[in-house]
Design a protein around this ligand. Structure first.
Ligand code: SAH
Ligand code: SF4
Length: 411
């Protein structure tokens, strides 16, 4: 049974109501160091000669200690803390729902306040514990402008890009809830895994196309990988894209994280249908960008994601073409059993077909793990994340659960 927690105890509810009643203050999360210093000067809180030092002090509190309230910054004077609180916020987003799957996967539904004239938005973030590591799957947009035909997010219009603050907030709030800021007291009600690493890896594989929100994703990932702060190694950060070729080059030059490509088809005619951005950036251009991705080696490979769709892209001939196509690129191939959603016309390939496909790729020398669906009981698998623009109706949810019980794509 999945566990759904009502974390809104009386104190939290009171705090949320209080926050909702306040006029929106600018957040200090998601600013580069120089921007942080400028914000302090701009608000008249510190003289220019002190700004760099203060920015560094705040940076440490925000990203090493993980505090979410100025009052916890005990080496900053009470007066300055009060002034900071009057002008800025470092509060976490509201957690609307937190679910824990029977396999340990967790899913949060976060609500972010409106930006400008918009409405509040809700997005999902998923935590997947595995032997020796824990991976957080982060969203970059609410909805998506692209329309990949097998993806549930692709049926949802783009509501808006997430800001750098909101992208980082997913990581920081997950770390709160996992008790993963070691220098900080674990907040009341957090569910701390019994052992092992907590968030050791992040993947930009939640909702949205990260390379259509390049600047915010870049800013957030540079902060997440800053060695004096959240300190995630760039080798442990993977950005997944459907293939926005110009921004793949920029990702290599300006961000330097690991790359995953949603390939899903080996011929342009089929990929045009499955991943329509292929019409703009066809396979040849996409693979050229991959070949030229900086720093590739056997220890630093590109991951090619390949969703297994019954009778669509899962033949042995497809597997053979795949191997030919990727020749010369240090690559891993990640086979993803299709996760169904209400209204889809696709089915997941049979298990034997997936294994035959995987065996062929393996014998050609590629690691080809089959991605075990995780957190299915809480609808946390790839392509199932929802946004406030399209919540599953109860009847759809029941239909989906029935599809899963019937064993579609069961590993
Ligand atoms: N927009 C980015 C990242 C988000 S999707 C991208 O497309 O790469 C993360 C992965 O899940 C992608 O490879 C995507 O193609 C895959 N995916 C989407 N819907 C799926 C589904 N219903 N079943 C299995 N995988 C799916
Ligand atoms: Fe958008 Fe990625 Fe889904 Fe395609 S697979 S619709 S790019 S989220």
């Amino acid at each position: 049974m999945a566990l759904s927690l009502d974390i809104k105890d009386d104190n939290t509810r009171a705090a949320l109501a209080f926050r909702a009643a306040q006029p929106a203050k600018a957040s200090l999360i998601g600013l580069a160091r120089a921007e942080l210093a400028e914000a302090l000067i701009g608000a008249g809180l510190v003289p220019e000669r002190q700004a760099k030092m203060r920015a560094q002090q705040l940076w440490h509190w925000l990203y090493v200690r993980g505090v979410s309230d100025f009052s916890e910054m005990f080496n900053i004077s009470k007066e300055l803390r009060a002034e900071l609180d009057r002008h800025f916020t470092i509060a976490r987003p509201e957690i609307v729902e937190e679910q824990v799957s029977n396999d340990g996967t967790r899913k949060w539904l976060f609500r972010f306040p409106p930006r400008g004239a918009g409405r509040p938005v809700e997005i999902e973030t998923v935590y997947i514990p595995e032997e020796g590591r824990g991976t957080l799957c982060i969203s970059s947009q609410v909805g998506c402008t692209l329309t990949c035909s097998f993806c549930h997010t692709g049926t949802q219009k783009l509501v808006r890009n997430l800001t750098a603050e909101e992208i980082l907030a997913q990581l920081m709030t997950a770390r709160d809830r996992l008790g993963d800021f070691p220098d900080r007291d674990t907040p009341a009600g957090a569910i701390v895994p019994s052992e092992g690493r907590k968030v050791s890896n992040i993947v930009m594989m939640g909702m949205g196309e990260p390379l259509y929100n390049f600047d915010n994703v870049k800013q957030a990932l540079l902060i997440a990988s800053d060695g004096d702060g959240l300190s995630l190694s760039k080798r442990r950060i993977t950005l997944s894209t459907s293939g926005v070729v110009p921004e793949i080059y920029r990702t290599g030059d300006e961000i330097g994280v690991m790359l995953a490509i949603s390939l899903h088809a080996v011929r342009d005619d089929l990929r045009d249908m499955l991943v329509p951005i292929n019409k703009k950036y066809p396979l040849k251009e996409l693979l050229e960008a991959c070949r030229r991705y900086p720093g590739l080696s056997n220890a630093r490979r590109i991951t090619f994601e390949y969703v297994m769709l019954k009778d669509v892209n899962d033949s042995l001939a497809d597997a053979k073409e795949l191997v030919t196509l990727l020749k010369g690129i240090p690559a891993k191939i990640n086979l993803i059993p299709f996760n169904p959603w209400p209204g889809t016309n696709y089915q997941c390939s049979d298990w034997e077909t997936i294994e035959t496909f995987a065996d062929y790729i393996n014998s050609a020398g590629y690691a080809s793990p089959i991605r075990t669906p995780r957190g299915r009981d809480i609808l946390a698998a790839c392509g199932q994340l929802k946004s406030e623009s399209e919540r599953l109706r109860k009847s759809d949810r029941l239909a989906l659960e029935a599809m899963m019980i019937a064993g579609h794509g069961e590993a």
